[in-house]
Design a protein around this ligand. Structure first.
Ligand SMILES: NC(=O)c1ccc[n+]([C@@H]2O[C@H](COP(=O)([O-])OP(=O)(O)OC[C@H]3O[C@@H](n4cnc5c(N)ncnc54)[C@H](O)[C@@H]3O)[C@@H](O)[C@H]2O)c1
Length: 377
């Protein structure tokens, strides 16, 4: 019988031999466990790295941002697999954490911290993941800033979109929804803006987006890539789901070029918009090419907006009247009649004051953004 005391007085050579054997056995066991683990992961690759029948894996760039995080929420609710890529320069990791809390199941959502201006990182992301579609939201998006730092805008918007397109082409990802803007129209002679209104942007932000649109459309002409370009006007509000309110869309314009949109893509800055998008995507499938405006009615004046803010917040907001900043537009709003006529879609959330109330509620509940929220997981 081996006792502790017996061991203490054992022959040193014998003792070394026993300890050595124990260590060897432990080392081999650890090695086996490691190999087993590795071989298991070889056999079962990440669900994000392989295509799965019936599952649409969508890359959402800028998914930590305002619209992107809401789109990701909608995609996840509709059982899609989502990869968010964001460099968190403007977005908020809190939004991603909320999504992870809502959809914790394996293979539903992954977040990749990366800069789309880094071609190696982009290529690695596409090499290691099997995407079915891309919704490209990531961008810097301030008109004023774009006039002060135009190169940043051309790089971040135009050049990064080119990089995404190249990666998609290389890795055979053939569905793209691109987030553009009404800033591509500049100051049209006639209001409201329709899909045939000439695009003459007047600031680097609008110009960078217009160039990105051109790249996408040129590539689309001679490829199998189905592309949809959405030109947002103004986005306000938030989702009102449990634990996380969601913004909703006031006005939106879209330009759709669909060769073959096999995937049911859902853009969800608003539930109403999502419903509309579903219809549009369905109609675009099978090679239909459409342009449509998404909007409820003519825009509101800044004065009306301020009054609505006062009512929604109950605060007596002090107003200073200042001249327009460089790059600002006198007026910009769109005509939504075509989408109503052709697709029978109309925005549900169009009451400005109510929309602002939703935004204000979120703001009050999250005084320091996502960081202060109980839902910020
Ligand atoms: N919010 C609006 O009213 C509005 C209107 C018109 C167009 N848009 C367009 O919609 C898109 C989304 O806008 P938003 O309001 O959600 O903006 P946002 O700033 O909230 O989100 C943009 C996201 O992109 C990320 N990003 C920026 N550059 C990146 C890079 N190089 N690599 C990786 N991630 C990067 C940011 O970190 C951020 O999370 C933008 O393309 C914008 O131009 C928005």
């Amino acid at each position: 019988m081996l006792t502790f005391s017996g061991m203490d007085y054992a022959d040193p050579k014998k003792k070394n031999g026993v300890v050595g054997k124990i260590l060897l056995a432990a080392g081999l066991t650890a090695l086996c466990i490691l190999m087993l683990k590795q071989s298991t992961s070889f056999n079962t690759p990440s669900p994000f790295s392989r295509h799965e029948v019936g599952v649409t894996h969508v890359l959402v760039t800028g998914g930590a941002g305002y619209i992107g995080s809401h789109a990701a929420l909608r995609l996840l609710k509709d059982n899609h697999r989502v990869t968010i890529v964001d460099n968190l320069s403007r977005g908020n990791l809190g939004a991603v954490k909320v999504l992870q809390g809502l959809f914790p199941e394996h293979g539903r959502l992954q977040f990749i911290y990366a800069d789309l201006g880094d071609p190696q990182a982009v290529n690695k992301i596409f090499s290691e993941n099997a995407f079915d579609a891309v919704i490209h939201f990531a961008a810097v998006a301030y008109v004023g800033e774009s006039t002060l730092d135009p190169l940043k805008y051309y790089h971040n918007i135009t050049s990064n979109t080119l990089g995404i397109m190249e990666a998609m082409a290389t890795h055979n990802v053939n569905t793209l929804i691109y987030s553009s803007t009404c800033a591509t129209y500049g100051e049209p002679e006639k209001m409201p803006i329709t899909e045939v209104t000439p695009q003459v942007p007047i600031n680097p932000y609008g110009k960078a987006k217009k160039m990105a649109e051109d790249i996408i459309l040129d590539f689309h002409k001679n490829s199998h890539m189905a592309v949809m370009i959405l030109r947002y006007f103004n986005v306000i509000g938030s989702d009102q789901g449990k634990g996380w309110e969601m913004k909703h869309q006031a006005r939106i314009t879209c330009l759709i070029h669909g060769k073959d949109i096999a995937v049911c893509m859902l853009f969800d800055a608003a539930r109403g918009i999502t419903d509309g998008l579903k219809i549009v995507v369905t109609k675009c499938g099978g090679g239909v090419e459409k342009m449509c405006n998404w909007s409820k009615r003519a825009g509101r004046s800044v004065k009306e907006f301020v009054e609505a803010c006062k009512k929604a917040t109950g605060a007596n907001i002090k107003v200073d009247y200042l001249p327009r900043r460089p790059g600002d537009y006198a007026e910009v709003y769109s005509d939504p009649s075509k989408i109503l006529r052709e697709l029978n879609w109309a925005a549900k959330y169009t009451d400005l004051e109510k929309s602002l109330q939703v935004a204000w509620r979120w703001q009050k509940a999250h005084r320091n953004g996502y960081g202060s929220s109980p839902a910020s997981i």
